[in-house]
Design a protein around this ligand. Structure first.
Ligand code: 2P0
Length: 338
């Protein structure tokens, strides 16, 4: 099945809606997976092999302004700069927008502002596609529900389907070939004491995209067949931890899940290693702090940077050990997804 078939199924006649003449705006938070999405059962539709579970980072994310462009080409801006149409950023946006041009062949002006480092494994494409879908929904007045919006966001980037809500979100893998049952769902839980610390090790663009890295893992690693069962167990543990506010269970499970994902990449061929020497040094420091009885854990995505997990009672102590740490309290900011 092609992306356009899914769009047609969701939007039907609404694909021909006239666009709102005004500028519309939308915000979506970035999300960090506590149980990772790593591997697809359908590359065209970004359908995952397993479910995954994330936490959104409050006001950290992407704000997008969208309007029609009168000229016969798109204009893309990122953090105030006009992007070349041949850049990777523009090409990904353009091909996504191709799905929504309808018989009017609309062209768009998209102004994206993000307050997270791009391409540094901080899920900027997730909040970017989620914000764009929210903006399109407003521009064309589609009035889609959140699950339909989540499916559209997934077509841009898999993890984007988890970026439509604050707090914890589970992306159910679904079993249908169309992916109509593969979307994010909010988990209604508040954990005010939970902190995420962003520890930037390196802001350079990653050497290999997560899209390519996950496919290579699936294609070349015989141990990948064990990953779905690992995820099943971790999802149960993380949901229990959220339910019972059991931080040690949450931290241990999230860290183990991330380390398993990275060890699968290391044993793919050619091997993939996102960690830099500084990343390794920080993970060892975290393990040493735990030996001293300090409850701090980490997770790592497709990049060298780490996200630390700890509770607010330990925030000052953790900050003293990692002076450059940016601390986010996901449940403190009421992030508006207008
Ligand atoms: C996640 N990551 O669950 C995992 C963990 C990175 C590491 O989802 O190909 O940009 O667009 O569906 O969503 C990053 O992959 O990949 C990602 P596509 P995506 O957050």
């Amino acid at each position: 099945m092609k992306k356009q078939d899914v769009i047609n199924q969701i939007l039907g006649d609404r694909l021909e809606n006239l666009a709102n003449p005004l500028l519309v705006k939308a915000f979506a938070p970035t999300n960090i997976a506590l149980c990772k999405y790593w591997g697809k059962r359908d590359q065209e539709l970004n359908l995952p092999v397993t479910s995954s579970l994330s936490i959104s980072l409050g006001s950290k994310g992407t704000s997008t302004e969208l309007c029609l462009n009168e000229q016969a080409q798109d204009i893309f801006m990122l953090n105030g700069e006009v992007m070349s149409l041949s850049s990777n950023f523009s090409r990904r946006l353009e091909s996504f927008l191709d799905l929504f041009r309808g018989r009017h062949s609309w062209h768009f002006r998209v102004e994206t502002k993000t307050n997270i480092p791009l391409a540094a494994g901080l899920a900027s494409s997730a909040s970017g596609f989620a914000a764009l879908v929210l903006a399109l929904n407003k521009l064309f007045d589609w009035q889609l529900d959140s699950h339909q919006l989540s499916i559209l966001a997934r077509l841009g980037s898999g993890s984007a389907c988890r970026s439509l809500w604050p707090g914890f979100v589970e992306w159910s893998k679904g079993i249908e070939r169309s992916g109509m049952d593969s979307y994010g769902k909010e988990i209604s839980a508040v954990w005010a004491e939970l902190c995420i610390g962003l520890l930037m090790v390196n802001e350079n663009e990653k050497p290999i995209s997560s899209r390519e890295a996950m496919q290579r893992t699936v294609d070349t690693n015989m141990f990948y067949s064990l990953w779905p069962e690992k995820v099943n167990q971790d999802l149960v543990a993380i949901k229990k931890a959220i339910d019972e506010k059991d931080f040690l269970l949450l931290g241990k499970t999230a860290e183990s899940n991330a380390l398993t994902m990275h060890s699968l990449m290391l044993s793919a061929w050619p091997p993939i290693q996102y960690a830099l020497p500084e990343t390794v040094a920080v993970t060892q420091k975290i393990w040493a702090l735990r030996q001293q009885g300090i409850a701090v854990y980490f997770t790592q995505d497709a990049g060298p940077n780490l996200k630390l997990l700890f509770l607010s009672a330990d925030a000052a102590l953790i900050q003293s050990h990692f002076p450059t740490l940016e601390i986010i309290k996901p449940f403190e900011t009421s992030s508006s997804l207008e």
